[in-house]
Write a protein that binds this ligand. Sequence first.
Ligand code: HEC
Length: 133
Amino acid sequence: MNKTPFLLIIAALSLERCMGTHEGGQRIYASYCANCHLDDGKGLGALIPPLANSDYLAANRKKLPLVIRYGLQDTIVVNGVVYAEKMAGMPGLNEIQVTNLLNYIGQSWGNNIEPFTFDEVKKTLDEAASLRK
Ligand code: HEC
């Protein structure tokens, strides 16, 4: 029996799963983040820090799920520039969406952040939620 059609179906399904994850992150970014950080992740002057090639992303990997859920109101330095505006949190994004979003940002625009797993993101968010109670 010729197995080629089955192998093609499996290949097509796995390709779709991969692209689905990536596109999920990209779509969420376009809806929730790009209006400030821009499509190319470059940010906006002295007001909005860049996500492209961001040394802050690389240095604060563990904190990133919290930045998305709770926002950030701090004085931070990103690629040598000081930022002190407030970013609101996105409590409506669930753990899967946060994971896909972080994996999109972490592999875009020159970033090379070790991929996040769903379990890791969920654990970070659960721990923070229990501390905030
Ligand atoms: C209303 C504008 C706005 C939106 C929308 C926004 N941000 Fe931000 N973001 C900011 C500002 C301003 C800061 C700097 C906050 C500070 O100085 O404490 C920031 C900081 C960050 C940082 C840390 C600094 C850096 O550049 O690496 C990350 C990561 C980040 N944002 C990711 C996101 C993601 C992901 C989204 C979408 C879910 C998003 N932001 C949506 C304005 C925004």
